[in-house]
Design a protein around this ligand. Structure first.
Ligand code: F6P
Length: 540
């Protein structure tokens, strides 16, 4: 990178590469105060990182020098920043705190947004209250969301995360093209009381359309075709295909092409969320995200949560050459947040060509993984504490539990704090020696055991500590990650909002599918040919 501030960061990195996080704390008694942010009910502590104030100032300078200010303006104003698809990126328009006009192709999109929201809320009210009846006159009990990628992961994650706020409706998500997934679902549902939402912006996605077709076929074994109207609704941008499928026009919830799939839970793709928690809670989710949008748009970069956290990722990714980043929510409700963020982050920033179409000569999108604490502690934390790789991690937790009256929360929170402390401080040989001596081990035994019990520490983390898991706070949290993605895309000068990388596999799968019935398959590479031949032996 040729930015002046980038070069200065390189020197800062060289100068401090040997320093430990604990050294930074010894040098500055005010470190936590300086390297933490409080905003609404969020407390973000980024002091347990391998950087100092000078590093942060330089990271902010990189953001400024990269033109982040103008880029944010273009993003919120609806400029076509998804250039390779010639689209605006306007999930933020769906959650404006004070809806004001935003022009796309000469049209103000805000009135239509409000209209679709009303359509969603009216529909949700009718289903939740039991006024919307199935074809035999029974109320809906079960809602099945049929979608994949952004049309599944966001709605599924949020529905699960906000289970505490859910009503009597049972929600199920079906995504995989694997027939066993849909067959298992069919065993458990009642055609008289189930509502199916087909969520597909394109309405051409193989997985979604296959599942929808199989379910419709099954449904018609028990119900007349006129019943489709009461049991199938769609969220799509492809009205023609939805109508062909047999869904009534009034049961189509439109979604615009300026909403990217992985950012679509705020749109009609969030219908399943709205059904599960009701319009009021869904509005709160939007409100929380809208507040984070305002913070991101207006706060000085030095106090801007998405900017600071994005730049810390850049620091590890590009200077420390770290490849992965873990996300550990200390909340069972958020167990699928890492999977959701995997798509959001990796589909966005997993790009190897810059905005000029030239291969980048620096690292871009990092690998995201994780699981909920404390479960993760008993799974992969061994590697995080004593393995050979540095894995910066976000620890996310809540100060107030949703259920009162038991003693679990103190235990959860103590684990939440202890892990970042342990990752930073480690345990030195002296302490291990003392402990083993106290346990009555002989000096010989101690020398044998000692190397295995030492923790080198110095492993960086951010702590995102939030008052409580509410719809609004979840909205803010998701929006925080969305804007981190945006900032990183600007710094790496890549297009974050297309996903051409998923196309090749889809194309080849279609070719291979056709070849299962053909004799001549030697146009494939020998390995694939061998696999097809093996498969054909078992295919009925
Ligand atoms: O995985 C590729 C992708 O295009 C995602 O971006 C999108 O969320 C998903 O497929 C589903 O697409 P659709 O909503 O059009 O079915």
């Amino acid at each position: 990178m040729s930015l002046k501030s980038w070069k200065l960061l390189e020197s800062n990195f060289q100068k401090n590469a040997q320093k430990k996080i604990t050294d930074y704390f010894s040098e500055d008694a005010d470190r936590v105060k300086k390297l933490s942010l409080q905003w609404e009910s969020f407390y973000v502590d980024y002091s347990k990182n391998l950087l100092d104030q000078e590093t942060l100032d330089l990271l902010v300078a990189v953001a400024e020098e990269s033109g982040l200010n103008l880029a944010i303006k273009a993003y919120f104003e609806g400029k076509k920043i998804n250039e390779t698809e010639d689209r605006a990126v306007l999930h933020t328009a769906l959650r404006q705190l004070k809806p004001s006009s935003i022009m796309v192709d000469g049209e103000d999109i805000t009135p239509k947004i409000e209209e679709v929201k009303k359509q969603m809320y009216d529909f949700a009210d009718r289903v939740i209250s039991g006024n919307w009846k199935g074809h035999t006159g029974k109320a809906i009990k079960h809602v099945v969301n049929i979608g994949i990628g952004g049309s599944d992961l966001g709605p599924a994650m949020v529905t699960e995360a906000l289970e505490f706020y859910s009503n009597q409706l049972r929600l199920t998500f079906i995504s995989n093209v694997e027939g066993d997934h849909v067959e298992e679902l069919i065993k458990k549902i009642d055609p008289e009381t189930t509502l199916f939402i087909i969520v597909s912006k394109s309405f051409t996605t193989q997985e979604t359309i296959s599942n929808a077709n199989t379910i419709r076929k099954w449904f018609l074994n028990y119900s007349p075709s006129s019943a489709i109207r009461q049991h199938f609704v769609a969220v799509s941008n492809n009205l023609e295909k939805v109508t062909e499928f047999g869904i009534a026009a009034k049961n189509i919830f439109p979604i615009n092409d300026w909403v990217g799939g992985r950012f679509s839970l705020w749109s009609s793709a969030g219908l399943s969320i709205c059904l599960s928690i009701g319009p009021k809670n869904y509005e709160d989710l939007l409100l929380g995200s809208g507040k984070m949008d305002e913070h991101f748009r207006t706060a000085d970069f030095k106090e801007n949560m998405p900017v600071i956290l994005a730049m810390i990722t850049v620091w590890y990714n590009n200077f420390w050459e770290v490849e992965t980043e873990a996300i550990i929510p200390y909340s069972q409700y958020l167990r699928n947040l890492p999977a959701y963020l995997q798509q959001a982050i990796m589909e966005s920033n997993g790009k190897g060509v810059d905005q000029n179409g030239k291969p980048v000569d620096y690292q871009t999108g990092n690998i995201i993984w994780g699981a909920s604490g404390t479960n993760a502690q008993h799974a992969f934390f061994q590697l995080m504490h004593q393995g050979t790789k540095m894995i910066p991690a976000d620890f996310i937790g809540f100060a107030k539990p949703l259920h009162q009256g038991n003693d679990h929360h103190d235990k959860l929170v103590s684990n939440f704090f202890a892990q970042t402390q342990a990752l930073m401080q480690g345990k030195n040989a002296e302490t291990v020696r003392e402990e083993l001596t106290q346990q009555g081990k002989s000096p010989q035994e101690i020398e044998v055991l000692l190397p295995f019990k030492v923790f080198e520490g110095n492993r960086p983390t951010n702590t995102l500590f939030i008052e409580q898991l509410t719809p609004a706070n979840l909205g803010s949290l998701i929006a925080l990650y969305e804007h981190r993605i945006f900032v990183q895309g600007i710094i790496w000068n890549i297009y974050s909002y297309d996903q051409w990388g998923v196309e090749l596999g889809k194309q080849l799968a279609n070719n291979i599918l056709q070849d299962f019935d053909k004799k001549q398959i030697d146009h494939h590479d020998p390995s694939t040919q061998g696999l097809i031949e093996f498969y054909k032996r078992f295919r009925n």
